[in-house]
Design a protein around this ligand. Structure first.
Ligand code: ATP
Ligand code: MG
Length: 394
């Protein structure tokens, strides 16, 4: 038996001449996602529609779950696709569709027919009326409600006929790979995985960099970041994660610079190093989980001081979000439980008791001159010794 799904996509439907590029990217990502599911799936594109079909006797719920990770998909509809053998045959299939899908028939419904093939002998209104009558005869418990029905029975008359009534939500957004590359500064916290997810949701392929400070940060802290990268890669696809040993640079800043400026100077070096890897991966921007006012290093003044060293755009998708709003997304995407594991972060290890909250860029720059002797060598060493972990889907 053929089992099929209709994939609905919204925004990519309106991209004019480039539309096929987005559709092709979505088809490609859907295929990649379905590789993880037992069974042979065929993903096809046909006149503004994407279909997933399989002849194998596989679990469609698993296929649906896999597709819920594919950006660009707004809805997944389990569908019955039949040949056009006249209205009576269509009616039989619609009845079977209701029987198969709804045990409790105590439902309100409406029929929504659409004809893209105008030579069908009935128009949409006629199909709605006739089919409504057929359904009421077959299931007397069911009632029509055209304004707020429990179920909408969609009938699409194309070369073949599609019948579906359930729309399972997808993640929305744009297919990954349609918007260039970005480099995520991924820490073990709550915010940066969410930031990476959000930018990837707009079609950006992401890679990541993590600043590790052994022995102040443990292997477990690093493993936590790897685990977070794996979770977000379920949505974003494979990524390269660079683990930079940041200890020497941190210690050097600690030795040479005023302690209340430590975090800002450290963050400026993080940005500089992240840019190095961004250039290496062909990224067009950096991505961080910063949010205005969340901590001393994220006041407007601190953000300006950190940003000042960057030559490429820095994308901060959670900049105006409250913590709870970020937490809500992390719960939804499945990173929260890992993010709250209590391992130390390199920023907390060296944090000053009273960090500056309104750093003056000129003063910060002057403090950084104290690093002149060793910092270039240390920078070079940090990028050269970085460990590359290839995060791939399991
Ligand atoms: P998060 O929850 O993402 O860790 P945070 O609230 O702890 O954020 P900070 O520690 O000030 O905030 O970090 C701000 C941003 O800087 C993070 O969102 C992340 O993008 C980046 N960042 C911080 N520490 C690291 C690190 N060790 N490695 C990579 N990026 C980092
Ligand atoms: Mg953090």
């Amino acid at each position: 038996m053929t089992q099929s799904l209709l994939i609905k996509y919204a925004e990519i439907g309106i991209k004019g001449k480039n539309r096929y590029l987005f559709e092709n990217a979505l088809v490609k990502q859907a295929k990649i996602a379905l590789k993880r599911v037992d069974g042979e799936f065929v993903v096809t594109k046909e006149a503004g529609r994407i279909y997933v079909t399989t002849e194998s006797d596989c679990d469609m719920d698993e296929a649906i779950e896999a597709l819920q990770y594919v950006f660009g998909i707004v809805g997944i509809c389990p569908m019955m696709q039949i040949e056009d053998n006249g209205f009576e045959d269509l009616a039989k299939h619609v009845i079977k569709h209701i029987e198969d899908n709804y045990e409790d028939k105590n439902l309100t419904f409406k029929v929504a027919a659409r004809r893209s093939r105008k030579n069908y002998p009935m128009d949409s209104m006629e199909i709605n009326m006739e089919m409504g009558g057929v359904i009421l005869d077959a299931f007397p418990e069911m009632k029509v409600d055209v304004h707020n029905p429990d179920i909408v029975i969609n009938i699409e008359i194309r070369n073949k006929i599609n019948i579906y009534s359930k729309i399972i939500p997808g993640p929305g957004g744009m297919p990954v790979g349609t918007a260039g590359n970005g480099m995520l500064l991924l820490s073990g916290g709550i915010d940066s995985p969410v930031a990476g997810y959000m930018v990837a949701k707009r079609g950006v392929h992401i890679d990541a960099v993590y600043f590790h400070a052994p022995p102040y940060t443990s292997e477990r802290a690093k493993q936590k970041v790897v685990d977070l990268a794996k979770i977000i890669s379920k949505y974003t696809g494979p990524m390269n994660l660079y683990v930079v040993n940041f200890t020497d640079i941190q210690m050097y800043i600690y030795d040479k610079c005023p302690h209340d400026e430590l975090t800002i100077i450290m963050r400026r070096y993080m940005m500089r190093i992240a840019e190095y890897f961004a250039n290496k991966e062909g990224s067009l921007g950096l991505i961080t989980g910063e949010s205005i006012g969340q901590v001393a290093s994220q006041t407007m003044q601190s953000l300006a001081a950190t940003n000042e060293v960057c030559t490429m755009p820095v994308f901060r998708p959670v900049i105006a979000f409250d913590k709870q709003e970020i937490v809500d997304i992390s719960l939804k995407i499945g990173t929260y439980e890992t993010s709250i594991l209590p391992y130390e972060d390199c920023c907390t290890t060296f944090v000053a008791k009273h960090p500056v909250t309104k750093p003056n860029i000129n003063i910060i720059k002057r403090s950084e001159t104290h690093l002149e002797e060793e910092i270039d060598r240390m920078f070079k060493e940090a990028v050269e010794t970085a460990e590359l972990i290839e995060i791939r889907r399991d």
